[in-house]
Design a protein. Structure first.
Lengths: 193, 248
């Protein structure tokens, strides 16, 4: 899978936009939301959606509760039960001092620059040696594939509400990464074919 | 309408003379573009991509080979016949826009339509549509010099499309534009393409190229790849969130 890492946000330029909102991916957003004010699980889900708009692979409520459980076990948040008149008690979560420190450490820390985990580079270098593939053909195929992804991002941009600024910035970022990859392929072609 | 390809080239070669040294810019690019196609021509600088479209528009004489536009041999035309062909059937937009300074934006855009035989009313409606799409309706009465570079570029695109040419040649149409202006230009290109406009666009910008449905890559004056861009996949609705992966 071709993935570009940028700190804790990973731009997935591969076609299979797998829903990757695993437990880890929800931790920091939840901590950040709880730093603002205590909230219960469903409120957190709504706040995530409101904050990120389409720029967030919306997690289901189950994922959120699982993550909250783990954050609580790690001592980063705590829960208090709030009585409700006609319904079962609901748990309101709040950030602990330890949680606040974890959040600050994350916010203050520098992020790694984008990094190419590039299997294609290995192919490009190794394939001609073994005689199993032609470099020009490899570059062409990869270029076409990336152009197809670029086209998808265009499509995505057109179908995303113009008001959703975060989503547009995210898409633009992905496009710029892809653009750099394509420019690099062109350089490979100039140098190697 | 004939079913001839809008553009067909047979082994066109362009050699520039640099002092005593012949410099081949295009070395036999066989090309066929059908009506309604949107083709992006890409390649590093010096690969011959601009020279190629200049030859297609009659702005550069080919050294040898043949160029056919809509079934008619074009490379043997005189300068004035070429001008006539461009006036009727070819729109050209460059990185530098060559707008007429002592005419308003509106007149700049309407002129090619009038020259091609449109009525004043048709020319005006077309102009209003194009400037509207490019967010320039409010600038119609200004002289071009009062516009920013990005705005002038968009006016140049509107002008190139004013007479509904059967072929639009665009040489780096987003070359000097910022992100927002680029988006407007690409949106208009996509839109006229959907209505059947044939477009050949030279660009070094892959984001622009991905709006085309076919990309030709040049290197050293020759085609190294010519392929359709895979269509965006249909399927479950995606949104921007699907582009990222969040990790803790």
């Amino acid at each position: 899978m071709h993935v570009i890492h940028s700190g804790n946000v990973t731009v997935n330029t591969q076609c299979d936009y797998a829903p990757v909102t695993e437990e880890m991916g929800v931790r920091l957003p939840l901590l950040a939301l709880l730093a603002k004010e205590p909230a219960h699980g469903y409120e957190l889900k709504q706040a995530l959606e409101q904050t990120f708009g389409a720029a967030y692979p919306s997690p289901n409520i189950g994922q959120i509760y699982v993550t909250l459980g783990r954050l609580e076990k790690d001592g980063l948040i705590r829960a208090v039960a709030v009585e409700q008149s006609s319904r079962p008690n609901k748990k309101v979560y709040f950030l602990t001092q330890q949680g606040r420190e974890a959040l600050i450490a994350w916010a203050d820390g520098p992020l790694e620059g984008p990094r190419l985990r590039d299997e294609f580079f290995m192919k490009l270098v190794l394939a001609p040696m073994t005689g199993i593939a032609d470099r020009g053909a490899l570059i062409n195929r990869q270029t076409r594939h990336f152009l197809g992804l670029m086209r998808e991002l265009h499509h995505l941009s057109e179908t995303t509400s113009p008001d959703d600024r975060y989503a547009h910035l995210l898409i633009e970022g992905a496009m710029l990464h892809l653009q750099a990859d394509l420019d690099w392929l062109e350089r490979c072609r100039e140098e190697l074919t | 309408m004939s079913e001839d390809p809008v553009v067909k080239t047979v082994n066109p070669v362009k050699i520039y003379q640099n002092g005593d040294v012949p410099v081949p810019a295009v070395r036999g690019v066989d090309l066929q573009v059908e009506a309604g196609e949107f083709v992006a021509v890409m390649g590093p600088s010096g690969s011959g991509k601009s020279t190629l479209v200049h030859m297609l528009g009659g702005l550069d004489q080919r050294t040898s080979g043949e160029i056919w536009i809509s079934g008619k041999r074009a490379d043997t035309l005189s300068e004035s016949k070429w001008a006539l062909l461009r006036r009727r059937g070819v729109g050209f937009v460059f990185q530098f826009f060559n707008l007429i300074g002592n005419m308003t934006v509106a007149d700049n855009v309407e002129l090619p339509a009038l020259l091609a035989g449109a009525s004043p009313r048709e020319a005006r409606q077309r102009r209003e549509f194009l400037l509207g799409e490019l967010g320039l309706a409010a600038r119609a009465d200004d002289p071009p010099a009062r516009l920013a570079g990005g705005e002038q570029q968009r006016v140049a695109l509107a002008r190139a499309l004013a007479h509904e040419p059967s072929l639009l040649l665009a040489d780096e149409p987003t070359g000097n534009l910022d992100t927002r202006n680029t988006r407007d230009v690409l949106r208009l290109l996509s839109q006229v393409h959907k209505k059947g406009q044939t477009i050949i666009m030279v660009t070094h910008d892959h984001r622009a190229a991905s709006c085309a449905d076919r990309v030709i890559s040049l290197l050293d004056g020759q085609i190294v790849d010519d392929a359709p861009i895979p269509a965006a996949r249909r399927g479950p609705r995606r949104n921007a969130g699907d582009v990222i992966e969040l990790r803790g």
